[in-house]
Write a new protein. Sequence first.
Length: 156
Amino acid sequence: MRDRVSELRDWQDVSLLTVKVDRLRQWSRPGLLCIGDAAHAMSPVGGVGINLAIQDAVAAANILAAKLIAGSLTDDDLHAVQSRRLFPTRATQRLQIFVQNRVIRRILASTQPLTVPWLLRLMQRWPLLRRIPARVIGMGFRPEHVRTPDYFRDHR
């Protein structure tokens, strides 16, 4: 980093990224719906924040589209998005905090040679177990699927 340190002239050139895992108690108000990072801040652990944001958007579209088309959207409809997405958000945040505290923190604090955790040894032994974390990271705890316009037309 020697070649880059000279670029720092004073503390104004340095930024501190504060990572905080939290969420709003209420994701909506009349005329406003917060989803993704606006509703829930995720840890960078696992890189799943964008997955949750997209799933929030898909759930919002699925829940709200027909009501918007009909001009009958209510505050309860906005709250339904939070009700649908709250479990996967909480579960993902809990998993991120667990990994941060039980895995990453221990690795960073350790001065001993690293050993493979027992859970990873199990996955090495039984490759079928590898699908579980891959599914949770890739698809989340409650995957969302886009409903087509035909679905909304048929379910008015």
